[in-house]
Design a protein around this ligand. Sequence first.
Ligand code: ATR
Length: 291
Amino acid sequence: MTQCVGIIGHPVGHSLSPVFQGAAFTHLGLDVSYEEWDTPGEELPHRVAALREPGVLGANVTIPHKEAVIPLLDELSQGARQSGAVNTIVHRDGRLGGHNTDGPGFVAALRKEARFEPRARRLLLLGAGGAARGIAFALAEEDVERLHIWNRTPARAASLAGDLAADGCPARALEARAASLSLEGYDCVVNCTSVGLNATELDEPPWNVQTASPGTLIADIVYTPAETPLLRSARALGLPVLPGLPMLVYQGALGFELWTGREAPVDVMFRAAREELARREAARPSGGAGR
Ligand code: ATR
């Protein structure tokens, strides 16, 4: 019997997950189809209930349902509970478990793509929304020396830093206007805001990248465009950069392993994702927007 997994979101047509997950299933000869389950809010309970049927391995969850899906599940992993968001659902014998592989996917991208070991390092997160929360709690597991959070709306940064500190993480919120925020004194700065998502939105990042210390890794979780204005500025200054695609692929690889119990063919997934992005870029030179 063909098994299935799908992505639950609204819209889902732009998602790269069907492309690289499908390539991974095919590569390993698994009879699993990866489907697009476009789900308006009112249909979410019905869609999630359908995951309990035999033959369904689980699902990915994307905008705008990562939080709304939580009360519909039977259990949550620690990461999903802490971040308050679920991006991966695993079905076992009629029960649904919620996981968050976004943060661990980012940490895997840091280690495997950027060769950056977060332990005992100083990090600055820009943003305090859902994406930042997932990444912050994953970094909190890594014994970082310092985790500073900056957000345009300071109360949100304070709230996230408070939650992290309560968990024993050396986190602190920073208050400053974007242009006067200093990026000095960090080993890695991560943009978790939606700035840069629309290539036309800003030509220059709102933060002064010139204040970053030499050698600071500048990471962005946006994967379309492949090079955001922030990464372009950082690269021009000779700083190492980490774009958003590796986080996307590694969060998917972790989901694949939860669904199948098999090691994900990460190289195959990267190749499929890059080919699809190149195809889309060629079809629409202005690109799309994705994270
Ligand atoms: P997600 O779940 O993708 O993280 P979100 O929860 O809506 O989405 O969070 C978006 C993040 O981008 C927030 O940190 C937001 O800052 P506010 O909390 O102040 O809204 C940030 N953001 C969006 N537009 C921004 C801008 N022009 N400058 C700086 N930060 C911005």
